[in-house]
Design a binder for this molecule. Structure first.
Ligand code: ADP
Length: 319
């Protein structure tokens, strides 16, 4: 059975207090908040009560501590988080524009976040894991891809499962190998969690051919379960056997949208692996995503199972 494992970047996020364009003048900022899509996912997974472990790299500095302390507090096994003596922890400075778009200044792949190797600690945690969650964003990064590919091969060959959140980000760019890596992880994934147009990118079908054509292509390729995240419209789960379940979103006032999809995924995967059915897991996913956008900071609103139960019972009220 074994823990759910996530691999990838660990960052701190520092957010501009006011909306506007870019960072060209001095301005008040809030942070550091623990962040990085894989870290948000696994934090929500651990906080929900699922067995969870993280592979990543931080610097020997306070920004690294902010992350490892948070993950440990929320029950995540951090034994395979490498503390790099030479590089600082990754950072992302974020400013929202009035239209909801974001400007970023990243120090990601030239920081400890990009310096991931196959260590004895990584080997040990992969040997225990029962499930691997992959973030598509990471496929641009050769060094991290090597760890993901090797871990996925080991976990799949032992009968473990794989989920994929395409999590495509225009800011991160792509090298020539990214498309073939992306196709490789799509074909390995038992569960896919795309958001908006990512469904068509994952399926390799045209959006004009419709959602059903994309789903059919992914099921033909081996997927068992596909969950579409639809922002404030909630989520829908489809299975290879033809089941469809729709779950409405919770009505909340969005303060900071970062991390919604990662919290949704962390709660959904944790709930499924703990034996909840798809309808229950969708409700927990919607609750985790919605609760998280009511907090400033990318993982500040990740909820325990009790917090999510209270949120659901209160129809979206944060206790
Ligand atoms: P991503 O961050 O991957 O683009 P979404 O924006 O679709 O993903 O958010 C993931 C989930 O979080 C949604 O399916 C929904 O359940 C919840 N969610 C996100 N934003 C809101 C919102 N403004 N109101 C209510 N629920 C939300």
């Amino acid at each position: 059975f074994g823990p759910t494992l996530c691999i990838g970047e660990i960052l701190v996020e520092i957010v501009a207090n006011t909306a506007g364009s870019g960072f060209l003048e001095p301005q008040p900022l809030t942070g550091p908040y623990p962040s990085g899509a894989p870290a948000i996912f696994i934090d929500q997974c651990g906080r929900f009560g699922g067995s969870a472990a993280m592979i990543g790299s931080v610097g020997k500095d306070d920004f690294g501590r902010v992350n490892t302390d948070r993950l440990q507090r929320d029950g995540v096994d951090t034994s395979a988080i490498h503390v790099d003596p030479a590089l600082p922890t990754g950072t992302a400075f974020v400013r929202y524009r009035d239209d909801g778009d974001r400007d970023f200044v990243y120090n990601m792949w030239t920081s400890a976040a990009g310096a991931l190797d196959w260590t004895a600690e990584v080997e040990a945690v992969v040997a225990r894991a029962g499930h691997l969650h992959i973030m598509g964003t990471l496929l641009v990064q050769q060094r991290i891809w090597q760890v993901i590919e090797r871990a996925a091969g080991i976990i799949k060959s032992r009968g473990g499962s794989v989920s994929l959140d395409p999590n495509l980000r225009k800011e991160l760019g792509a090298d020539a190998d990214t498309a073939s890596r992306f196709a490789a992880v799509v074909s390995m994934a038992d569960l896919l969690l795309p958001s908006g147009p990512e469904l068509f990118v994952a399926a390799g079908t045209d959006a004009s051919a419709g959602e059903n054509a994309a789903l059919a292509s992914l099921f033909a390729g081996g997927a068992r379960e596909i969950v579409l995240k639809r922002g404030a419209a909630g989520s829908t789960c489809f299975t290879a056997e033809g089941t469809r379940i729709d779950a409405p979103a919770f009505a909340v006032t969005e303060l900071d949208p970062t991390g919604a999809g990662d919290c949704f995924g962390g709660a959904y995967v944790a709930a499924r692996r703990l034996g909840f059915d798809m309808a229950q897991a969708l409700t927990y996913g919607n609750a985790a995503g919605a609760r998280n956008v009511t907090f400033r900071g990318p993982m500040e609103g990740a909820g325990t199972r009790a917090e999510l139960d209270a949120f659901i019972a209160g129809k979206g009220r944060v206790a």
